[in-house]
Design a protein around this ligand. Sequence first.
Ligand code: SF4
Ligand code: SF4
Length: 451
Amino acid sequence: METLMSGNEKILAFLYALGEGLDFKSMKNFAALSENFSSEIKKVDVVKPSVFNFCVETPKKILLYNTLYNSMVKLTPEEFLMLQGKNHCEKDLRQKFLESGIFIAAEIDERKNYQLWRQEAQKRNEHLSVNITTTLKCNARCPYCYEHGVKHVDFDETKIDALINFIKQHKKNSPVKLNWFGGEPFLNPKIIDAVTKKLGELGFEFDSFAITNGTLITRRLIEGKFKKWNMRGVQITLDGTAEQYEKRKGYVDGQRQVFKKILNRIEWLAEANIHVDLRLNIDRENMKDILDLIYVLQARFDENKNVVYYPAFVTGLKDKLSDAEKISFIKEIFRALANPSKMSITDRLYSFPRSLPCMRNDPQAFSVDAYGRVYNCEHLVGRKEMALGTLKRLSQKDNQARLNEPLREECASCAFLPKCMSGCASNLRTGDSACMIERYMIQAYMEFMCE
Ligand code: SF4
Ligand code: SF4
């Protein structure tokens, strides 16, 4: 067995501690167990393969990744048979499997213990995250926009005090995370000015992030307002290279050479140490062009650590890509990339297990629409009937109920649960797969490594 990534020993120790009935209030047991983990684990008698093992087997290589402990190993065919219990497992290999979480003590119910850990993690939730729709107006006309049919209005300024009170009520100990979105959020910067100024006057720490098409970003904005707004990062969507991008975005304000300008703006942001996530929107029509885009981005941003990209499959279309097509296409992206870390694959492989899929089950995360209505999902803004409540009136009972959503059957037995936690409910509404991008990226990366 060749270890490519060692497992996260703390997570493993925690699962064992839970198996022994660890009392969360006295973390002493856990500390002791974590310290002596390697020797403790030698005492394990009967073992079984972890339910979070995910394996890619090709005639050339066998790779196994554990989605809960983040261990990745390369196995010989003989070792793979031993793992499956088809051949007797040697003592040394058994110990290595145990240390990386690939084998687990037979009496441990990993899924149950993971669920206990999730509940505890949720109780310790110390953040507040608020998505704020500064406007529903936009200078682009993307065909896939989920806000189709929504009225193009700005955030109601008479609701700013209610928004500040809402933040006051829900704020915990860590800085408030403000996510500015729209429409195009920078079409209405005065809302960002007003909210951040008031929070500053109250002495509240906050960080800003924005989901933007990038067209309205100027050097002056970056050097002036972005500093006042504590702007840490932006997400910009790219749909292809110049021609494809401009055709799909359909900008209505007659801007020319927008693609070229966006690339310049990404560079300015990165120079100002603002993290830029480039979301590559993919469907059957632009796949070839996305590969060309990868080469363009590589030539321009390969050395720039503040710029990373990730694939996102467009939803709500009739001609949907199958899971196999998605994985095969991500593999093509990996082949095209000189540096796979640009696709943030390392972060996804090493990420801490999720306790929640996304904001929808997090009672400390909200999306606020232009009318001051509050939602549990950013894709619902402007749809009154789907609101949880308003900035002034939000039932705590309804809000806390967000935590209790049961897992769908296919998720309850899925090896990717720690990376996905049952995925995106909004995608299910459009008849798309709920699985988070990690599910596709990790498999594609492992298959790529096996080539
Ligand atoms: S349900 Fe989907 S769209 Fe809504 S917040 Fe979660 S991941 Fe985002
Ligand atoms: S949504 Fe998909 S990847 Fe996520 S847990 Fe469910 S089946 Fe697994």
